[in-house]
Every structure is written in C-alpha cells, then in structure tokens.
Design a protein around this ligand. Structure first.
Ligand code: GLA
Length: 388
C-alpha cells in the first residue's frame, strides 16, 4: 500500500526531499448518537481503516493536493494566502480548513505542502472520512511542521474547522475518537467536560460488522444542522423551568417532569432522544464493564428505535439493514451509526453467524432497496501515526 502511494506521489510531485507517510483512522460509534452536541456521552472507537497521507513540506506558500479516491479531480492547487472554502465543495476543503483553523488559533502555517491522500474508508458513509482527513492534516502540522499541540487539541481544531470553515455544526465525537483512538478500546467520552476513559472491547466470540448502505449523503446538505437547532430550541424551553446547561444533564425522569415546557412537540421528541440516548450510553458502558454484552446489544437496538422514531434520522436504507440484522440468530445488537440519513449500521455478531449475517442482510437489502450494501468486519485501531 505505502509503496503504491509513494510511487504515485513521485509521479505527481517528484520523489526527492523529506517525503513522509502518515495515517489517521476512521471511527465507528458503538452507542451515544446525536448526544455529543447535547452535552451527553458517546462511545466510539477508531478503526484500522482510515486515510493515508504522503506529504512533503514546500518552501513557498503553494498547496498541491491529490486524492486517489477522486482521481478525476486531478491535482488541486491552492495557496496559504487564499484559505477560503471552495464553493465546489471538493475534499480539499478539509485539509484547507484545518490549516486555516491552526492560523485562527495563533499557529500560522507559512510553508505550503504537496499532499497525496488515499482513504480506504467508504466516503460519506458515516465512518468519518472527513474527520479522518482533518485529524491527519492536524497531525502532519504537529509532527512535520512542529506545532506544539496535543492530539486532543488536534481534535478540537478539527471540529472548529468543520464548524467554521465547512459549515457543519458537528460535535466533538468524530475528531476526538480519531485523534485519541486506542487499539482494542472504545472511548467513553463525556462531551460536556471532555473527560474520558478507555474501555476494552473484548469480544471473544463475536465481531464488529459494519454494513454500508451505499446511500450517499453529505452532512452539510442533510438535516444534521436542523436536528441540532431543534435540540437547542427544546433546551431553551426547558431552561425556563429548570436550571440545566445541556440536555445531557437530565435523567429520563427529570426529562418527563419538564417535557411539557417544550413548546413544539417535534422538538420534544428530539430532546427525548438526546436525553434517553445519553442514559442508554452510560448504562451500556456499565454493562460492558461487567462483561454483559447481551445488555449492551439490547441497548444498541433501543438506540436504533429511538433514532428511527423520535430523532427520525434513519431512513429506509438504514432501517432495512438494522431490522434485518435483528432477525439473524447470533446478532447481539445492531443499530445505525454516525449522523444517519444513509451511511452505515454497526452490529455485534457472533463469530459463527457472520457469514449468514452478511448473506441474509445483504440479500434482503438488495431486494428491498435495489442495490447492494457492503460489509466490513472491522478491528479497533490506534489514533494517527507517522508510518514512514
Ligand atoms: C456526526 C457528527 C458527530 C455526531 C454524530 C451523531 O458524525 O460529526 O459530531 O454528532 O454525527 O452522533
């Protein structure tokens, strides 16, 4: 893999000088969906699939970008003097956004770069291919350019760039999961305080299987920002009667007591999801710590139902994947993962049921939706790294 990337880099930009290779993972969220911008908990993990970057620092201010996933776009040139979002919204807005965000935080990048990327995460699939590119860029600026930042800083700067440069009001989960990833562990993160613990995922007789719906979506044009506003409106109503900072501060009982203060019924439904999902996440991590994977799975299933009925971010593709997964013997839990509106499901499947799962869910999906889903049996990997 690395040799192929270096060869392509050499063809495009020349092989001389200090050419380096970096990697940043993708992520999957096990439970805790649409809680990260509501001051709640999330439980994601970094994957061993992700984005590879071959890079060389330049002495001028030019930026030259090339992605092997979008070869038809060719080399895309830009400059440090012109760090504005590209209205054509191609992928270079992610590295450019991070370089811009470093500048906004007082760390101005003065030397350009030649950067070739290759990602083996399906794009736009809910496995955070964009946050992976952001963290990769931030890590290059730390390791190669020498900016004094921690991996947690890289996550926060990545989120800032996504919010302010790319116009998606995402929470911190994706960038945090990627920048702070640890092999074999999920991250139990309190998004209100950024306190976190690593929880080992030891599934002796089961695997994590991701099913990609192949329904493309972009976060910017999805209803993501609308969901966020609905939660904010519900919170503002609740704050009239109860002094909380975020929906994540409430237990289910407390929410039911003040639910009537939310003026709009749809907003109340959205807030209910945020509150209950946060509590489910806390319970799920507790169950896992006692090795109770069965309870963890049941909470994953309940998470999907809530995302389908109350938060309304699943859609026919994800529902078809998940509802068919529930029918397969040996499936411990299954739910949509990521923002929704397309993207992927995540399932915990007993080892000896994985083949049946892929066949049965795959067939049912193609029959109903008209095109195939893709399946990935994944491993939990580390955060960003320099490879060469
Ligand atoms: C996207 C966002 C995250 C999070 C999830 C939903 O992945 O980038 O911040 O809100 O959706 O849980």
């Amino acid at each position: 893999m690395q040799n192929e990337l270096l060869k392509k880099f050499g063809e495009l930009f020349g092989a001389d000088g200090d050419v380096r290779v970096y990697f940043a993972p993708g992520r999957v969220n096990m439970i805790g969906e649409h809680t990260d911008y509501n001051g709640g908990h999330v439980f994601p993990c970094a994957l061993t699939i992700g984005t590879y970057g071959v890079v060389r620092k330049r002495t001028d201010k030019k930026l030259r970008f090339y992605s092997m996933n979008f070869e038809e776009l060719g080399v895309i040139e830009s400059s440090l003097d012109d760090l504005k979002p590209d209205p054509k919204a191609d992928w270079t807005n992610y590295p450019k956004g991070v370089i811009w965000a470093f500048g906004e935080k007082g760390m101005t990048v003065t030397e350009g770069m030649d950067l070739l990327l290759y990602g083996n995460i399906p794009n736009g699939s809910g496995l955070s291919s964009s946050a992976s590119v952001e963290v990769l860029t931030g890590y290059i600026l730390k390791d190669y350019y020498g900016f004094d930042v921690t991996n947690q800083d890289i996550a926060l700067i990545g989120q800032f760039s996504e919010n302010k440069f790319n116009g998606v009001n995402c929470g911190i989960m994706d960038q945090f999961a990627i920048a702070m990833g640890k092999k074999g562990h999920a991250i139990f993160l309190d998004t209100a305080t950024l306190e976190y613990t690593y929880a080992p995922i030891e599934l002796a007789d089961a695997k994590i299987v991701i099913a990609c719906s192949n329904k493309k979506r972009g976060l910017g044009d999805s209803k993501y920002n609308e969901r966020r506003s609905q939660c904010e409106a519900a919170l503002a109503d609740i704050q009239q009667v109860c002094g909380i900072q975020a929906l994540g501060d409430l237990t289910e009982e407390q929410f039911e007591q003040c639910r009537n203060s939310i003026k709009d019924e749809v907003n109340a439904q959205r807030a209910k999801h945020a509150v209950y999902e946060n509590q489910r996440t806390i319970q799920a991590v507790e169950a896992l710590s006692k090795n109770d994977v069965a309870t963890f799975g049941k909470l994953m299933n309940a998470s999907h139902v809530s995302l389908r009925d109350d938060y309304e971010v699943t859609g026919i593709e994800l529902d078809t994947l998940v509802e068919n997964a529930w029918k397969v013997d040996g499936v411990i839990g299954s739910r949509m993962t990521g923002a929704g509106f397309g993207g992927c499901s995540v399932s915990i499947v007993k080892n000896d049921a994985v083949d049946t799962f892929i066949k049965q869910v795959g067939d049912a999906y193609e029959k109903k939706i008209g095109y195939a889903a893709d399946f990935y049996v994944v491993e939990i990997g580390d955060g960003p790294a320099r490879l060469a």
